[in-house]
Design a protein around this ligand. Structure first.
Ligand SMILES: [Zn+2]
Ligand SMILES: [Zn+2]
Length: 140
């Protein structure tokens, strides 16, 4: 929590109990938690925290570049600490587990969007879908 307070100050954000608790929750929870898991964790510190308040804090922290929000079609938003590594995600179709995939590098012409010159790309998100190790093992 003390670390969360320092990080908020460094990001020029007002330090509040809710922001500290939500930031610490995103940093402490494993994987890519959904808002409900973050809220449950943060509430252990703040007491009652509404879903709307949780979303509000998550938005502030995301806009400040402290956490990353990943929106994958058909799934609730997921959060994780921002590492500025532009990594991608693998989603298991069976259990819904999400794991990080290193940034795609090398020759990948399909990643260079064929857009008119006046369009600026600032983000390209790749989602890999398939079967995770655990589910594959259960099936065989
Ligand atoms: Zn799986
Ligand atoms: Zn990730």
């Amino acid at each position: 929590m003390a670390r969360a307070a320092t990080r908020l100050r460094d990001a020029q954000l007002r330090v509040t109990a809710q922001r500290m608790a939500v930031l610490a929750a995103v940093e402490d929870l494993p994987g890519h938690p959904e808002v409900e898991a973050i809220r449950a964790r943060a509430q252990q510190v703040t007491g009652q925290l509404s879903l709307q308040a949780t979303y509000n804090v998550l938005r502030v922290l995301t806009e400040a570049g402290m956490i990353r929000c990943t929106q994958i079609a058909g799934l609730p938003a997921r959060y994780e600490p921002e590492r500025n590594d532009n990594h991608h995600h693998f989603v298991c179709r069976l259990c819904g587990d999400i794991i990080d995939v290193e940034c795609v590098v090398g020759a990948a012409p399909c990643l260079e969007g064929n857009l008119p010159a006046s369009y600026r790309v600032d983000e390209a998100a790749v989602t890999f879908w398939g079967t995770c190790e655990r589910c594959a093992a259960q099936r065989s």
